[in-house]
Design a protein around this ligand. Structure first.
Ligand code: DGL
Length: 270
């Protein structure tokens, strides 16, 4: 149930690291009046190569931290965590829990001409088959080709988003999908929005790109509207960023993902 207090509370957002700040960036564009508490589990990143049990345990701890900060909803800004832990989180916590996957699936199917979909993500996300299953359930005629692309996260973290080595790797990953006639590519990882320009250039207009950050922000807006949880206060909204491990590298990366300066990053203990 919404109350005036819960409306004013912040949105909680978590990711395995700082990649989820691409979702925060999209949220701030679409919902500029919302306060946000972000948790990046930089001490334990990556989640993409971990086992489902570990990913679920970490995700529960991340959510507990945010709920402990009084957030009104939690956005799981990590495809790997969404793919493995969303139902568990929704069954465990009382606040609305929003994942990145559902929004991506909706956005993919919003185009009725979409027939052949490629999905890229971490090994964990692709192995979970969560995207493949959700898409096939809604549109059984869809041809789905999913590929784990584990080399992409390090490229993005290194800032090599237009590097010739990256282009070589992308070709290796994407050529088999292009050979199948892919018309839509789902970017199933929070790091990949930073690859949009290079992908758009490589794939041209014939392949539609669906990114999890902007689709998740749009989905969150709908949930807040439906549950009467939009912040109405006129005071300036806040952005608090917590990381489980503080390092200069993580802070520099965080700036790149968020696309803007922010206040002091705080250390989180889970
Ligand atoms: N945040 C993860 C995701 O969206 C990528 C990084 C990781 O493997 O933890 O799947």
């Amino acid at each position: 149930m919404s109350s005036p207090e819960s409306q004013q509370a912040a949105l909680g957002v978590f990711d395995s690291g700082v990649g989820g700040l691409t979702v925060v960036r999209a949220l701030r564009e679409l919902l500029p009046n919302e306060s946000i508490v972000y948790l990046g589990d930089t001490a334990r990143v990556p989640y993409g190569s971990k086992s489902p049990d570990t990913i679920r345990r970490f995700s529960v701890e991340d959510t507990q931290f945010l709920v402990g900060h009084g957030v009104k909803a939690v956005i799981v800004a990590c495809n790997t965590a969404t793919a493995h832990a969303l139902p568990l989180l929704q069954a465990t916590f009382r606040v609305p829990i929003i994942g990145v996957l559902e929004a991506g699936v909706e956005a993919t199917l919003a185009d009725p001409n979409c027939e052949r979909v490629g999905i890229i993500g971490t090994a964990g996300t692709i192995r979970s088959s969560a995207y493949q299953y959700a898409l096939a359930m809604r549109k059984p005629s869809l041809q789905i080709h999913a590929t784990a692309t584990p080399l992409l996260v390090p490229f993005v973290e290194e800032g090599w988003t237009d590097h010739s080595a990256l282009k070589l790797v992308l070709k290796e990953y994407l050529n088999p999908l292009l050979a199948k006639g892919m018309d839509t590519l789902v970017l199933g990882c929070t790091h990949y929005p930073l690859l949009m320009p290079v992908l758009q250039k490589m794939l041209g207009k014939k392949v539609r790109l669906v990114d999890s950050a902007s689709t998740c922000a749009a989905h969150t807006k709908r949930v807040l509207e439906d549950q009467n949880l939009l912040r109405t206060a006129r005071s300036k909204p806040t952005l608090e960023i917590f990381l489980t491990d503080l390092s200069e590298q993580a802070e520099a990366m965080a700036k790149r993902f968020l696309g803007t300066e922010f206040g002091k990053v705080k250390k989180a203990t889970l």
